[in-house]
Design a binder for this molecule. Structure first.
Ligand SMILES: C[S@@+](CC[C@H](N)C(=O)[O-])C[C@H]1O[C@@H](n2cnc3c(N)ncnc32)[C@H](O)[C@@H]1O
Length: 359
């Protein structure tokens, strides 16, 4: 065997195509910061429904320096987020983009996912270090953009589907909640899901929990602001210590795979759910095999999984590290190991799978 391998013949067209694709991705990477900037400065909100604006008009409407407004607009025009009319020198936010960039109740709302992506990228030096040793980085160790971006990313999907599609897909659950059932929402973060359910079922009682005390404080504020503060009891505690028993419904939204000991959490849920109760598990949409997830949604989730979910699980006891693309078969294994005998997928969106587990 020769020690020196001949250099492979390079296809210059393939190399050029790859470099130009990467240039597009550099623009997309920077766009995360520019979208969050536009969201925080109110630039999209000022443009929504306002018709064509020049940089000076946008700057005046938002109290932003005109030179920054102009450069931001040019970047957004190059990316197709706004439209530019060279004749008038004005920029327009088309109505579809206005919904996606400003309507927080629309399932198409985008600022939240950019905010969590930017937070995850900003925190990535910690993850690079952790990858050398295999150590974890806890969810609570991240920056505010991760917590708030997570809430703003997921809430529109819950607003669109939770009460109208996901809960009705569960066997007999809506009737129990209308009759004043007891609900536990575990790993609730800022409580968006808990509050939406509390608003829809005024006679039911709700206990939300999350191990991150800062998120629970925010959840309490959000519940007060939404007028359901007296019916939602938020606790800062781990999934394996969620208090109470006899729950008609226990929910976990996009958090089972973040836990270090999801099987331990499943066993605890089995102990505190009513004998004929239901555990609803919402997880990122994923196929069982890597090759099923090599698509744009899977790419984004594997990115979040590398920077947020996998380190979060590794930071806790057991450190099972399911990852955000675990897939249905792996989730079923966890649920059955926790003592549940029935498991089925009841709903799905492009971003989430919804599972029902019963004792
Ligand atoms: C991706 S966030 C989802 C938050 C919320 N359910 C939502 O849908 O917006 C994952 C959440 O799981 C929480 N978490 C992680 N490990 C946990 C554990 N062992 N016990 C309770 N909560 C945990 C994190 O603090 C974080 O709030």
């Amino acid at each position: 065997m020769s020690a020196v391998q001949p250099a492979p013949a390079l296809d210059p067209d393939k190399l050029n195509a790859f470099v130009f694709r990467a240039v597009e991705e550099v623009g997309a990477t920077l766009n995360a910061a520019l979208v969050v900037m536009g969201d925080k400065l109110g630039l999209y909100r000022a443009m929504a429904g306002a018709g064509p604006l020049d940089p000076g008009e946008l700057a005046a409407a938002t109290d932003v320096a005109e030179r920054y407004a102009r450069e931001w607009l040019n970047n957004q025009a190059a990316g197709g987020y706004v439209e530019y009319d060279p004749g008038s020198g004005r920029y327009t936010l088309p109505p579809e983009q206005a919904v996606a960039m400003t309507d927080a109740d629309s399932p198409a709302y985008l600022p939240g996912v950019f905010q969590i992506a930017l937070g995850a990228v900003s925190d990535s030096p910690r993850i690079t270090e952790a990858a050398r040793s295999g150590a974890g980085v806890g969810w609570h160790e991240h920056s505010h953009d991760v917590f708030e971006g997570c809430e703003r990313f997921f809430r529109p999907g819950y607003h669109a589907s939770l009460v109208t599609a996901w809960l009705p897909a569960l066997d007999g659950v809506v009737g129990k909640l209308e009759a004043g059932g007891a609900v536990a929402d575990i790993g609730c973060g800022h409580g968006a899901s808990t509050i939406l359910m509390a608003q829809s079922f005024p006679t039911a009682t709700f206990t939300g929990s999350d191990y991150h005390a800062g998120s629970i404080e925010t959840a309490r504020d959000r519940a007060r602001e939404a007028g359901v503060g007296d019916r939602v009891d938020f606790r800062a505690t781990t999934a394996t210590d969620h208090p109470g028993s006899g729950y008609d419904l226990i929910t976990m939204f996009d958090c089972l795979h973040d836990m270090g000991d999801p099987v331990g959490a499943a066993r605890h849920v089995r102990e505190i759910v009513a004998p004929d109760g239901t555990w609803m598990i919402v997880e990122p949409a994923a196929g069982d095999r890597v090759e099923d997830n090599l698509n744009p949604v899977g790419r984004a989730y594997y990115g979040f999984s590398t920077l947020l979910c996998t380190p979060a699980s590794l930071s806790q006891e057991v450190g099972l590290a399911l990852g955000a693309q675990a897939g249905e078969a792996r989730i079923r294994d966890v649920v059955e190991a926790g003592g549940f005998t029935r498991f089925r997928r009841v709903a799905e969106t492009p971003f989430n799978h919804v599972y029902e587990a019963r004792p």
